[in-house]
Design a protein around this ligand. Structure first.
Ligand code: HEM
Length: 284
């Protein structure tokens, strides 16, 4: 009898563990292979389209990665950054921090390729998350599995982009608060700042640091943006930066993959919320 109880108890424990794993993987309503039944080739078609564009113009990978970040930061990863302004509304796209985003044509090409095989099924928010991953992979950066199931938002306001996106001169306190407000950790902050391994920045984002113009020692060795250099002003972020800078044992690629998945879950719309846009630049 005692051993029978033990078997039952173990089975119950296993069930609890299985349920908690299922709950965790589905906490925000996203899951790997969301389109497996409804549009089995979606991810392949998106990857092929991205590969075609990025192989020809590899410099688009950086602004597309940034586009995914800027999408998630404003109203969650709901494709709101992709919407065009209208007569009555100035969209996120038109806000100053988004003016140098590029690569919308890659998103549009992936969307029309997917619409051809499964109309009205795959969201623009998911396409952006997948294209960002595939673009980074094409230029031999880290790879991560993208949980899908995001739906598209209907609202995009330039004022919200301005209010939410962090400026290049943000100090460590502001950066930590900004990430915490999106449910991301200090580790996510330092790891995702590694996104700046690729791409370019306008002089206006960093000229004040070049020659110590302010006389306050703002010029800080190698960090291009003040927000990057600020990662050395906090014991936790500094320890991580220094660990990754050692030649052996860097976990950056794996950590970046994990943090990108975390970022991709911010404020997502799932289930019946939002819509599946027909065209990524316009609400239905
Ligand atoms: C931590 C807060 C962050 C701040 C303050 C910040 C700020 C900036 C600024 C000012 C630029 C230069 C833009 C320009 O001059 O055109 C830039 C570029 C870039 N950012 Fe960030 N960023 C942050 C986080 C991130 C994250 C989390 C990612 C992605 C994981 C990212 C990816 C990029 C990329 C790839 C570029 C280069 C874009 C290009 O070449 O066009 N950034 N960022």
């Amino acid at each position: 009898m005692a051993s029978h109880n033990k078997v039952l108890f173990l089975a119950f424990l296993q069930l609890l563990i299985a349920l908690s794993v299922a709950y965790r993987s589905d906490q925000c309503g996203l899951k790997l292979g969301f389109y497996k039944r409804t549009c089995p080739s979606a991810e392949i078609v998106i990857a092929e389209t991205t590969h075609r564009f990025i192989s020809l113009t590899s410099t688009l990978a950086a602004p597309i990665l940034r586009m995914h970040f800027h999408d998630c930061w404003v109203r969650g990863c709901d494709g709101s950054v992709l919407l065009d302004s209208t007569k009555k509304n100035t969209a996120e796209k038109a806000a100053a921090p988004n003016l140098r985003l590029k690569g919308y044509q890659v998103i549009d090409a992936a969307k029309s390729a997917v619409e051809k095989i499964c109309p009205g099924v795959v969201s623009c928010a998911d396409i952006l998350a997948l294209v960002a991953r595939d673009a980074v992979e094409t230029i031999h950066g880290p790879y991560w599995d993208v949980p899908t199931g995001r739906r598209d938002g209907r609202v995009s306001l330039a004022s919200e982009a301005l209010a939410n996106l962090l400026p290049p001169f943000a100090n460590i306190t502001r950066l930590k608060l900004g990430f915490a407000s999106k449910g991301l950790s200090v580790k996510d902050l330092v790891v995702l700042s590694g996104g700046h391994t690729i791409g370019t920045a306008l002089c206006s984002s960093f000229t004040n640091r070049l020659y110590n113009f302010t006389g306050k020692g703002d010029a800080r060795r190698r960090g291009l943006l003040q927000s990057d250099a600020a990662l050395l002003d906090d014991p936790e972020t500094k320890a991580y930066v220094e660990l990754q800078a050692t030649t052996h044992g860097s976990t950056f690629a794996q950590d970046f993959a994990e943090s990108m998945v975390n970022m991709g879950k911010i404020g997502v719309l799932t289930g019946k919320a939002g819509e599946i846009r027909k065209h990524c630049a316009f609400v239905n």
